[in-house]
Design a protein around this ligand. Structure first.
Ligand SMILES: CSC[C@H]1O[C@H](OP(=O)(O)O)[C@H](O)[C@@H]1O
Length: 353
């Protein structure tokens, strides 16, 4: 399946190529990014978005931004690395993959700097290698999640999705959409119901765009239709992505996810979360401890340039909510499936490499 690659490194490794997801589904435009300010803005404005894709963009971004600089010493290079890492980490707070990727680049940076033979060039070579490894691992992760997830699906199913956790949120098949892509390739007959996912409409603008592009049967729903279509028996399973999973399995994902999960429980429909192990955060004990990004209210009342609410009115715009693990039937990772996730099953899954 040739899904759109939302983030890649230019062939000469001098800049990032980002598919500007704010322009989809109407315009496919790639941005060439080689400054920290432009990368920060692209993450903040969701030109690149989705936990794994944000992580890959940050990893590549560290290399691309630092390779342009000339440092008087390794000490000066180390100071700039710390400054760059903190700056990119301040772009969005909820998706743990941003911090996971930056921390992984820092480990490689320190390793490279402590070698007796360290030079600025050798350190940069190490950063490039680490960022490429993160990209390659992400592609393999998507396929593995797809294979594990497909074991939970039957040939003819109605599947609800929320937001976008497809190729556009990763560097390959996605997470939640990975089983759908793999199944489609094997002749499964899925009918996907994509919640549009207000206010930024990642479901209608991105998930429907991806699936429609490859010929997968997809129907866009307003978010307030979820209960009706479940009651009508159209939905056999629900699968969503994740931005941060706490140690007890509570999962932060796009706003509205927890409501869909509670409805699924009421209607007896399995609710699956698909996420790489890099999205788990064992430092965060429970979901209530996850920082939820609050975004500009204009996204709600003036979305895409169409004013739908009075200027100056108060708006509450949390970008995510947390689904308690008790509403999650299973979490699908690249290593396998955690059924009835709780602290014990999550910890055990993550320890078993
Ligand atoms: C595979 S992670 C996808 C995850 O990220 C999305 O958030 P955003 O579009 O704000 O980056 C959403 O929560 C998706 O489930």
């Amino acid at each position: 399946m040739n899904t759109m690659l939302p983030v890649t490194l230019h062939s000469d490794a001098t800049k990032l190529l980002l598919l500007d997801q704010t322009e989809l589904p109407t315009i496919e435009k790639f941005l060439e990014i080689d400054t920290r300010e432009d990368l920060y803005e692209a993450i903040k404005k969701l030109r690149v978005r989705g936990a794994p894709a944000i992580g890959v963009a940050a990893a590549y971004g560290v290399y691309v931004c630092m390779r342009k600089e000339t440092y008087a010493s390794l000490d000066e290079m180390q100071k700039d690395f710390s400054s760059l890492k903190s700056y990119l980490a301040s772009s969005r707070p909820t998706a743990v993959n941003l911090f996971w990727a930056l921390n992984r680049m820092e480990v490689r940076f320190i390793t490279e700097c402590t070698l007796k033979t360290s030079t600025q060039d050798s350190v940069l070579t190490g950063l490039l290698a680490e960022s490429k490894a993160i990209f390659d691992e992400d592609q393999k992760m998507s396929i593995a999640i797809g294979k594990h997830g497909l074991t939970l699906f039957s040939k003819h199913m109605g599947i609800m999705t929320h937001c976008n956790a497809g190729g556009l949120a990763t560097t390959g098949y996605g997470t939640a959409l990975a089983p759908i892509y793999l199944g489609f390739e094997q002749g499964y007959d899925f009918k996907v119901y994509a919640n549009e996912t207000r206010p930024l409409l990642q479901g209608s603008r991105l998930t429907a765009y991806e699936l429609n592009k490859v010929g997968i049967d997809v129907t866009v729903l307003c978010d307030n239709m979820a209960s009706l279509v479940m009651k009508q028996g159209k939905i056999d399973a629900i699968i969503v992505g994740a931005d941060r999973i706490a140690a007890n399995g509570d999962t932060a994902n796009k706003i509205g996810t927890s409501g869909v999960a509670i409805l699924a429980k009421e209607y007896g429909i399995p609710f699956y979360v698909a996420a790489p192990t890099s999205t788990f955060d064992l430092e965060t004990a429970i979901g209530d401890d996850i920082e939820i990004e609050i975004r500009d209210g204009e996204e709600v009342i003036n979305g895409f340039g169409k004013r739908t609410g009075p200027e100056g009115v108060k708006v509450y715009n949390p970008a995510f909510d947390v689904t308690a693990s008790k509403y999650i039937t299973a979490i699908i990772t690249e290593r396998g499936i955690i059924t009835h996730p709780d602290r014990e099953s999550v910890t055990s899954h993550l320890k078993n490499k």
